[in-house]
Design a protein around this ligand. Structure first.
Ligand code: UD1
Ligand code: CA
Length: 459
């Protein structure tokens, strides 16, 4: 089989982004652009992958890790110059070399594969991935001759008015015969509007040498967006978001308003879950069947089990069982573990706490660093007082306990099985099983005292 290599061009600073962050590290749906490119190249079965990074781009190299070899391009003299940095690693080899840009995060592995297959089947020396764009502004245009063959590519800034009318653009993605590539690169000059060594010039150079040059025109123009500025980044986000949402809907997930639902690429959602508008689901979250998430909910790295309902809430790094009800306006912070049939109501914050089956924390409570058993009722306004300014302490509330409203549980403390805590109590001692703890001042009524106050106020 033909050996296959790929070179990702990622050394450009991305001046048009006006950002300190390297362009290829800007995220699309929460994942750096360069990572999308690597992910989509992965199924193309490459024998070697090389990424060209800029001088001082440690963060880019860090993101790439051991997924690709990295070569530094000290000065950004153009895309042809960038490819040349890989010459030492590739020039002795024969096979197909795919060159892709690090700023085209939407191209899919299917398209890469189709390009490679077309290139190899044609026995071409170069095949450029092109598409037709309704608005081709900014892209290199594909110039074809009278018989429809690709002649050359002209950059927008170098194009004549007539050439600017061409709708077929260079996506910045190519397949080359490896040996022909290194030879042709030697002839690339920088006498153009930008004073750069343009990789697309290789097409014309090979053509002049009477080598076979073809194009693979993809109908999926929205995959080929090149992200040069923030507006294009937002456009990429929109396209990726819709692609992800369409996939989930195809798999049976209900998405009420796909335009306002943001699901990151790694999220798994089972059929018959329903996602309401304004919802963001990120990280490695898993949403099981019949769960209902949203509206206006953010879930990050959570497992949400079957038939659980979470509305107007935020949940992070937690596990939420079956048929749980959360919200509106709940905050589930990291390491919460909420068991089946529990309820976490409005204005409740749960942090690093287990909430047992059928337990209820229905209103205005803070439960942090706690073990709450099953069938516990935590009354409105209950606070686990977990922090003394230096250390955090554990509160344990055992099965079937009942915590009256507006109680403070000063940790470390345990409320035993089936015990009651009277409303308004501040508990700092162990409450035995089945006991009632009252820890509040006794009420004193002063008969007729109201008149005294009113008289005083007349003066
Ligand atoms: C490039 C193409 C253009 C095509 C478009 C598709 C050239 C000259 N032009 O234009 O025909 O329509 O992509 O999106 O190739 N890079 C380096 N080192 C450099 C210069 C660039 O690594 O010295 C990298 C950039 O990081 C980027 C990629 O190459 O990932 C493309 O460079 P960019 O400046 O974005 O080229 P475009 O103007 O978009
Ligand atoms: Ca670009």
């Amino acid at each position: 089989m033909t050996q296959r290599y790929a070179v990702i061009l990622a050394a450009g600073q991305g001046t048009r982004m006006k950002s300190k962050l390297y362009k290829v590290l800007h995220p699309v749906m929460g994942r750096p652009m360069i990572q999308h490119v690597i992910d989509q190249l992965q199924p193309t079965e490459l024998d070697s992958l090389i990424t060209i990074v800029g001088f001082g781009a440690e963060q880019v190299a860090e993101q790439i890790g051991d997924q690709s070899a990295c070569v530094i391009q000290n000065e950004q003299l153009g895309t042809a110059h960038a490819v040349q940095q890989a010459e030492q690693l590739l020039k002795e080899k024969s096979g197909t070399t795919l060159v892709v840009c690090g700023d085209t995060p939407l191209i899919t592995s299917d398209t890469y594969r189709a390009l490679i297959t077309t290139h190899e089947a044609n026995g071409a020396k170069a095949t450029v991935l092109t598409t037709e764009m309704p608005d081709p502004t900014g892209y290199g245009r594909v110039v074809r001759n009278a018989s429809g063959d690709v002649e050359r590519i002209v950059e927008h800034k170098d194009a004549t008015d007539d050439e600017k009318l061409i709708k077929e653009i260079n996506t910045g993605t190519y397949c080359f015969d490896n040996e022909a590539l290194w030879e042709a690169l030697q002839d690339v000059q920088n006498d153009n509007a930008q004073g750069e060594y343009y990789l697309p010039d290789v097409i014309e150079i090979l053509k002049h040498r009477s080598e076979k040059v073809t194009a693979y025109l993809t109908p999926n123009a929205d995959e080929t967006l090149g992200v040069n500025d923030r507006a294009a980044l937002a456009e990429a986000e929109k396209i990726m978001k819709n692609r992800i949402n369409r996939n989930h809907m195809k798999n049976g997930v209900g998405i009420i308003d796909p335009d306002h639902t943001y699901i990151s690429p790694d999220v798994m959602i089972e059929a018959d879950a329903v996602i309401h508008p304004g919802t963001i689901i990120r990280g490695q979250s898993v949403i099981h069947a019949h769960a209902e998430i949203g509206p206006h909910t953010e879930i990050i790295d959570c497992v949400v089990d079957e038939a659980t309902v979470i509305a107007h809430s935020v949940a992070k790094h937690s596990r939420i069982g079956k048929r749980v009800q959360i919200g509106p306006y709940a905050h589930i912070r990291p390491e919460a573990d909420i068991a089946n049939d529990a309820k976490v109501g409005n204005f409740v914050e749960i942090k690093k706490a287990t909430i047992g089956e059928k337990s209820k924390v229905s209103h205005l409570s803070y439960i942090g660093d706690a073990h709450v058993g099953s069938r516990v009722n935590v009354g409105c306004g209950t606070i686990t007082v977990n922090y003394d300014g230096k250390n955090k302490y554990l509160t344990t509330i055992e099965d079937d306990a009942f915590i009256g409203c507006n109680s403070n549980l000063i940790a470390p403390v345990t409320v035993g099985k089936g015990a009651y805590v009277a409303a308004g109590s501040t508990i700092n001692k162990h409450v035995p099983d089945e006991a009632l703890a009252i820890a509040r001042q006794k009420q004193a009524n002063k008969e007729g005292y109201a008149a005294k106050i009113k008289n005083r106020q007349k003066d």
